[in-house]
Design a protein around this ligand. Structure first.
Ligand SMILES: Cc1cc2nc3c(=O)[nH]c(=O)nc-3n(C[C@H](O)[C@H](O)[C@H](O)COP(=O)(O)OP(=O)(O)OC[C@H]3O[C@@H](n4cnc5c(N)ncnc54)[C@H](O)[C@@H]3O)c2cc1C
Length: 317
């Protein structure tokens, strides 16, 4: 143990600086709180490409965080449907820059103990704070209900037969991925990223243990081939494999407050949590400032009922 102590008079300690933890730390700082934030690599840009409905984003975020906007994304079943609700891809750098932590104490380290008012790091450093938020993300899914995706980044001109700038395929269920009638189903998600590339991402939601990357890739390539698109094979890729069924926490004044994907905010059907969590940051912080229980504020019975209904949807999937 180094015995170093940090943050004796901190109001808030945020453990984990993914998008949700960084937003919490940023807004707490902006609200005048003394903030300590901990992450093994606090300055690293997040790996996944995050998207959401535009109207889900909180007003305070500003539009610099949006990289690409689609006014009416398409859904394909046996025919094409348009959803008249603007959707967007977030800019990784834009979102990161919109959440500066200039006045916070940021520690590069890994927490090994996270308690209600005390966090101990792997090197023995101790952080003390009146309120501790746990935003360390989720464990690997094992056999749980899982979101799996394999995304391939393709230049816009190559992608043009399927997706062009300003257009997007939210769910493409066309029978083009080569899956057999008894195989677990998957759909294609494809949107322009605003940097001259389009992502083609075959996605499986709700399958226990998830779908292997090689199968998702095979299905993506089948879909592209059906539209005359052939890839070189060395295009950059991204992979997703995470659980969908993280439960909301029980209320309990004075406890550690799990937030973001760790705190049950992952939508159990879509696998999205970023926009919803950003929109709830101020609810949590307002409760902290009022001396109320943030978990009660984040999870009124209506929110728990919605979560319960969505879980029924996952079982259906
Ligand atoms: C390829 C892919 C595409 C996705 N697309 C979308 C999308 O379009 N929209 C969407 O909403 N979601 C999407 N998701 C899901 C998305 O990843 C999560 O919604 C989001 O990352 C959750 O953010 P978070 O801050 O809760 O957790 P995370 O992003 O997992 O962040 C957790 C942070 O905690 C840190 N940490 C972990 N352990 C410790 C420790 N012991 N001590 C200190 N710090 C620690 C980690 O370093 C990390 O920075 C996607 C995921 C993937 C993989």
């Amino acid at each position: 143990m180094s015995g170093r102590e940090v943050g004796r008079a901190a109001d808030v300690c945020v453990v984990g600086l993914g998008p949700t933890g960084r937003a919490l730390a940023h807004r707490a700082m902006a609200a005048g709180m003394r903030v300590v934030a901990v992450d093994p690599r606090p300055h690293r840009l997040w790996a996944p490409t995050f998207s959401c409905w535009v109207d889900e984003l909180p007003q305070w975020l500003g539009h610099g965080a949006i990289a690409s906007r689609i006014e009416a994304p398409a859904v394909w079943t046996t025919s094409e449907h348009r959803i008249p609700r603007p959707y967007c891809v977030l800019s990784k750098q834009g979102l990161f820059d919109a959440l500066p932590l200039d006045d916070a104490t940021v520690i590069a380290g890994r927490a090994r103990t996270v308690e209600a008012h005390r966090v101990e790091l792997a090197d023995g450093t101790e952080v003390r704070a009146a309120t501790v938020f746990d935003t360390r993300g989720q464990a690997t899914p094992g056999a749980r209900r899982t979101a799996s995706a394999h995304g391939i980044f393709v230049d816009e001109d190559i992608a043009a037969p399927m997706v062009t700038a300003g257009e997007g395929l939210l769910l493409d269920w066309r029978d083009e991925n080569g899956a057999g009638p008894d195989d677990p189903p998957s759909f294609l998600y494809s949107v322009p990223l605003g940097d001259g590339t389009v992502i083609f991402e075959e996605t499986s939601l709700g399958l226990r243990g998830g779908m292997p990357q090689h199968e998702l890739r095979r299905r993506t390539l089948n879909r592209l081939a059906a539209h005359g698109i052939r890839l070189r094979g060395d295009e950059p890729t991204e992979a997703a494999h995470y659980p969908l069924d993280e439960m909301p926490p029980k209320a309990g004044r004075g406890a550690v407050i799990p937030f973001g994907s760790r705190g049950g905010m992952m939508h159990p059907i879509t696998g999205y949590c970023v926009a919803d969590s950003l929109a709830l940051v101020d609810t949590a912080l307002d409760a902290v400032q009022r001396g109320a229980d943030p978990i009660e504020a984040l999870w009124p019975w209506q929110a728990r009922l919605v979560y319960w209904m969505r879980m029924r949807g996952v079982y259906g999937l």
